[in-house]
Each structure stands twice: as C-alpha cells, then as structure tokens.
Design a protein around this ligand. Structure first.
Ligand code: FAD
Length: 436
C-alpha cells in the first residue's frame, strides 16, 4: 500500500550501514513528511565498515570514518535509535528490542548486513576466537591484543587478509589457513592469486594453502590455545580469527513471519514477501523474475545502489534495481586490485569459448588481463597494481569492444597519479603479441 505523503507514516529501518542510510536519505529527499527511524545495535552513527581495520591500526579515529557529521541526522529529521531488535512482529507492525522496549512502524526496512560464517568447528565459541565485522570486534580484539603472540586466521578472503594485516601491524606472528589451492582462487585467476600469495608471504605473514581448520583447542580456561588442521597439524596460538566468508544477518527475524532463504527474499524493487517489509544490502536475497540463481550482494557499492532504489520505491516511484556491469576492488597489503565484468577465477572452469590475454611485470607486482567471449568481445578486465578508470572499463565491456580497441585506448583509462611509472607500452606490446 502507498501512503499519502501528508499522513506522515513511520518508516523504521533496522541497520545504519550504507544500505539503510542510503534508503533513509533517498526517501527524505523525496518525502519531507515521513517519520524515519534508523536503528542500530552496533553504533550511534553510520561509519565506513571497510575502514574498520584502520581504527585498530591507528591510521584513523572513529570520527574519521563517519561520512556525515553527527548533527546532519537532526537536520534531515532522521531519528536515530540505538538498540538490538530481537523480534519483528509483522502482524502488529511492531519491533521488540533486547530489554523489552517496542517500536511501531508502518513500513519496515531490513538492512541488517552480514554476520561471519561459523561452520560448527569444535572450539569456535571459545574466548580469543572471533570474526571481524563490526566495532565490537575491533574493541574485543583490542582488549586481548596484549595476550596475542601468534594469531591464526581461518579463511583467506578479503577480510582474512585485513585481519592478518591488523595483527601484523602490531608485530604479532600471523598464520593464514586457506583451504584453496592458492590464495583466494575462487575469486581470482591463478596468476593474480599466486601474485597476492607471494606478496603476503614476502610481507612476513605465513600463508598455508590447502589447509583447513578441524578444531580449536581450549587452554583449560575457556580460551583458544591452538588450532588443529584437517591434516593433523597442531599450531599453538593465542587468537583465532574466523574469516571464512559472511552470510546474511537474520538475527532480528527469528520466529518472525518474514520469508527467508539464505537472506531476506525480495524482488528487484526490494519488496520482501511480507506486507510493508523491504530488505536491502548484504541481508537481501534477490529473487529474479528470470528465475536465475537468487543473488546476494555483499559489497559497499551494491548496498548503496540498493538503498537508492528502495528510497525511490518507498517514495512511491516505480524503480527496479539493475546492477549493471560487475565491479569489485580491494587492497592486499599495498597491492590494489580492480576487476570488471566476467573474469573466470582459477577455482572454477571458464565458460566455453572464453579466451584471455595476460601481462605481468618482471617483479610480479603489476598485471593486466583481458577476457573475451566466443565472439571476440571484451567481457572482463582485471588489473593489479595499476588503476584504470571505472567508467572507461565499464564502457569497454558495455560497448562490446574488441581487445584491439582496448589496447589502442588503454592509456585513456589509466588514472594512476602523475609521475607513477606507466606500464601501457609493455602491456600493449605483450598483449598484441598474444593476439597474433
Ligand atoms: C572488515 C570489512 C571490510 C570490508 N571491505 C569492503 C571493501 O573494501 N569494499 C566493499 O565493497 N565491501 C567491503 N566490505 C563489505 C561491506 O562493508 C558491506 O557489504 C556493507 O557494509 C553492507 O552494508 P549493509 O548496509 O547491508 O550492512 P552493514 O554495513 O553490515 O550494517 C548492518 C547494520 O545493521 C545493524 N543490525 C543488524 N542486526 C540488527 C539488529 N538485530 N538490531 C539492530 N541493529 C541491527 C547493525 O548494527 C549495522 O548497523 C567489508 C566488510 C568488512 C566487515
């Protein structure tokens, strides 16, 4: 049902992350009257989750990670409510918080993000075992840091390397256990994955690929004291970081009538399958009309795009989400990675007819890859250590350019700072050779 703008409906948003905040601000720009409440158990104010590691490393204060001034929320007339929601009563349109307080709503947005995976490992709930997701994780890590000489990180994805870098920055010995054949090979082609693996080891962090956690051993006082791998190796440690991926955080929905799969089931306008309930960001599981595999998108920029669409939908506009060309970027220690479109990872078979050309420098710290479909059109771009403009890479793929076109125009895409070494002559020379 659409609410008349004059009625001043109450929109409650659980989650003050990028998805919830973007929904609130997009709606406010279109509807000055709606009462909007932004709820979070984690923090009073929105902050940048990708910047979490820099808090621990001392590069930033919490204040530096907040995209908006604290007084902005009052000016936008967005009420902030600190508390954990433990029950959603869809029938009576009410939320219950830990402690028993309740809050009524007319429309509810679930923007509850993710939670770190735990796979039932013995010892996973011991003290000195944790993930890295929120401010409370940084606080608890800070509280035990003096006890840590050696930390073991389970899972070698993006968050795993960040946690490893955090501990390493304080002079701790760090071991990463990754079950893949080479570092994060379910997301990267083999060459790039090996490059990052070498970088991690050169940086002084032990990386053990093909190693899986079997159990975490207690020390007799309820704290982790060692891990045992499935290969039977025992590694003594005083900290275990669980970073084997994340899953949608559905903790507020236990016993509620909101249908869920892996996440909150919703359509491309982020309507959940319960009256006046919506879901955006990491916690949403998008059911596509084409019946493709449901999509869960756990990235900062997709959370923002979800919120922009839902804000318009809540304001009464027709809007559907179109993610466009896939994009991701990350930093492994000091090596930047940017990927656009379809770049088959080493750990999965490439689709039929796909071809690839690849260049890397002798020092193995810079690389560039183009991926083509069976018709010879560029469908994917991967760059390590060199920055190419997002819009330009997207355009190459959207306009179905040939690799020759991309190589002719490669320099246009580079946006490394002035005086950085330019690799384009070497890349173009090598890739043209491979195209012959
Ligand atoms: C360490 C780290 C580094 C990352 N780096 C990157 C990166 O470089 N690039 C990138 O694209 N992505 C990165 N991500 C992922 C990115 O941060 C998430 O995709 C994004 O934050 C999801 O936004 P969201 O709004 O859906 O949820 P979140 O940011 O997770 O916010 C969820 C909110 O819901 C609230 N909440 C949850 N349950 C309840 C409840 N029951 N009651 C009350 N409040 C509740 C929480 O308090 C929180 O405010 C990183 C994630 C982590 C953890």
């Amino acid at each position: 049902m659409l609410f008349g703008k004059k009625k001043g409906r109450h929109v409650a948003i659980i989650g003050n992350g990028i998805a919830g905040v973007t929904t609130a601000l997009t709606l406010r720009r279109r509807d000055k009257k709606a009462r909007i409440t932004l709820i979070s158990g984690e923090s009073d104010h929105f902050y940048s989750r990708p910047a979490l590691m820099y808090l621990y490393m001392g590069h930033m204060r919490l204040w530096d990670t907040k995209p908006y001034e604290d007084h902005m929320w009052r000016k936008q007339r967005i009420d902030l409510k600190r508390g954990w929601v433990e029950h959603v009563d869809v029938e009576n349109k009410a939320l219950r918080f830990t402690g028993g307080e309740t809050l009524d709503y007319d429309q509810l947005v679930l923007a509850t993000g993710s939670t770190p995976n735990k796979f039932g490992w013995p010892g996973q709930d011991l003290a000195r075992v944790q993930g890295l997701y929120g401010l409370q994780d940084v606080e608890s890590l800070e509280a035990i840091s003096d006890q840590i000489e050696h930390g073991v990180i389970v899972g070698g994805g993006l968050i795993g390397i960040e946690l490893a870098e955090m501990l390493h920055s304080r002079g701790k010995r760090v071991t990463i256990l990754a079950r893949e054949e080479s570092y994060w090979d379910n997301a990267m082609p083999r060459e790039e994955s090996l490059m990052v693996g070498d970088l991690i080891r050169e940086g002084g962090i032990e990386l053990r690929c093909g190693a899986e956690l079997a159990e975490i051993v207690p020390d007799g006082q309820g704290r982790a004291s060692a891990v045992v791998t499935k290969g039977g190796e025992r590694i003594a440690c005083q900290f275990v970081g669980l970073t084997a991926g994340v899953r949608p955080n559905l903790s507020a929905l236990e016993g509620s009538a909101v249908p869920t799969g892996r996440g909150v089931l919703c359509d491309l306008s982020f309507r959940a399958q319960a009256p006046d309930v919506f879901a955006v960001g990491d916690c949403a599981e998008i059911v596509t009309p084409e019946g493709e595999r449901n999509r869960i998108e756990q990235l900062w920029y997709t959370g923002r795009m979800h919120g922009e669409v839902l804000g318009r939908v809540l304001a009464g506009e027709e809007a559907t989400y179109d993610r466009g060309i896939w994009f991701n970027s990350a930093k492994f220690l000091d090596l930047e990675w940017h990927t656009y479109g379809q770049v088959p990872p080493a750990g999965r078979p490439a689709p039929d007819g796909v071809t690839q050309i690849y260049w890397e420098d002798a020092a193995q710290r810079h690389s560039f890859r183009l991926v083509m479909d069976a018709g010879g059109h560029v469908i994917g771009v991967n760059a390590m250590g060199i920055r190419y403009r997002h819009r330009v890479c997207e355009r190459w793929i959207a306009e179905q350019r040939t690799p020759d076109y991309v190589l002719d125009n490669l320099s246009d895409g580079n946006f490394d700072p002035e005086f950085y070494h330019r690799y384009e002559p070497a890349i173009v020379g090598s890739l043209r050779e491979q195209l012959r």
